[in-house]
Design a protein around this ligand. Structure first.
Ligand code: TXA
Ligand code: MG
Length: 324
């Protein structure tokens, strides 16, 4: 019997897809140099073809295989944060398939730190195109079981690397143009990147203003199927009461310790720190998505910098927000 990594290598070389663990979320991987294999990713995910996919590489030594005109900032960031949860957008080499870049002249590259996928990449030698391993628009997977739940028998192999340690996607930084831009907050804090670059990152929160097609910038993304509403704990208590009055089954998902005010209806406490919260957010949304609730009521997260990535995902996952 060959090992799971050997089975994965055989499938990838044959142009098939494999579910892979990373430190952020699980990916749906294909040989980045094989356009037919990359097309299978879009078919399985139900993702529009003009959305670019990140190429995963073992490390900075492979940067020039896929990117050209690489600025010093890219080498500095790779040195500081790779392998790890940072994706760099750079000018692409001409041979990078349009299926990967969505027809743009740029390419997204990242070296993941998860040991299973590091070994896979080192033995594969090439690059692995991989978006998060979920149906388009749905919550990203943070365990091998989540990936199996998304695709079932349509995906032949998922490498099981355990639960993801970061739990939200990589930070995406574009090094195209005059100033570096933060396209998506994620696993590496914005301040850490700015410290290495010695300058601030530009940050637009809407796809339109950035003029860039990034699916992570669509408003409804990373969403559970059950209606999800965010607001302050007090607002959610009132919302829960009126929805229950109307016959709904609701659950309160909170991260602060409200033990004195805890209501009679179902509730669940997420970790109160941003790192722990990020690690469990998607698994929690998935868990409560399958329990027959009509509405999930999620306590709004703090506005502080350390919560930026979590805040971004919560606002995209929510179908509604209770305003003050
Ligand atoms: O943590 C992660 O980044 C995970 C794991 C699997 O590595 N991957 C991930 O992939 O989140 P995906 O496809 O779900 O999100 C990648 C984002 C998309 O919003 C895509 O549009 C953007 O990266 N992206 C990829 N290449 C790009 C490019 N050349 N220019 C602008 N955005 C790009
Ligand atoms: Mg995704």
């Amino acid at each position: 019997m060959s090992s799971p990594i050997e089975q994965a290598l055989d499938l990838l070389r044959a142009g098939e897809l494999v579910g892979i663990p990373t430190e952020t979320v699980y990916g749906l991987a294909a040989d980045a140099a094989n356009p037919a294999a990359v097309a299978r990713i879009f078919a399985l995910k139900g993702r529009p073809a003009d959305h670019p996919v990140i190429i995963h590489i073992a490390g900075a030594a492979q940067l020039q295989d896929w990117a050209k005109d690489i600025p010093a900032a890219a080498w500095q960031l790779a040195e500081a944060f790779w392998p790890g949860p940072l994706t760099l957008i750079l000018p692409r080499q001409p041979h990078v398939p349009d299926a990967v870049t969505g027809g743009q002249d740029t390419v997204g590259l990242r070296a993941p730190s998860h040991p299973v996928t590091q070994e896979l990449l080192q033995r594969f030698g090439g690059g692995l195109a991989a978006p998060s391993a979920n149906q388009f628009g749905h919550v990203s997977p943070t365990t091998a079981q989540h990936v199996a739940d998304e695709f079932g028998a349509r995906l032949r192999l998922v490498l099981d690397g355990g639960p993801c340690l970061v739990g939200v996607e990589s930070t995406i930084v574009s090094l195209i143009g005059e100033r570096p831009k933060l396209l998506r907050p994620g696993g590496v804090p914005r301040e850490a990147i700015e410290a290495v670059l010695g300058q601030e990152l530009e940050h637009h929160t809407k796809a339109k203003s950035a003029g860039i097609r990034t699916s992570g910038l669509l408003d409804s993304h990373y969403a559970p199927r059950t209606r999800l509403i965010t607001g302050s704990f007090e607002q959610l208590l009132a919302e829960a009461a009126s929805r229950e009055q109307a016959g709904e089954k609701v659950v309160l998902l909170h991260h602060q310790n409200w033990s004195d005010a805890l209501p009679a209806q179902p509730h669940h406490q997420l970790p109160g720190d941003p790192v722990g919260y990020a690690r469990t957010l998607y698994a929690t949304l998935r868990e409560f998505d399958t329990q027959g609730f009509d509405t999930l009521l999620l306590e709004a997260t703090p506005a502080q910098a350390a919560w930026l990535a979590v805040q971004d995902r919560v606002s995209r996952a929510a179908h509604g927000r209770l305003e003050n």
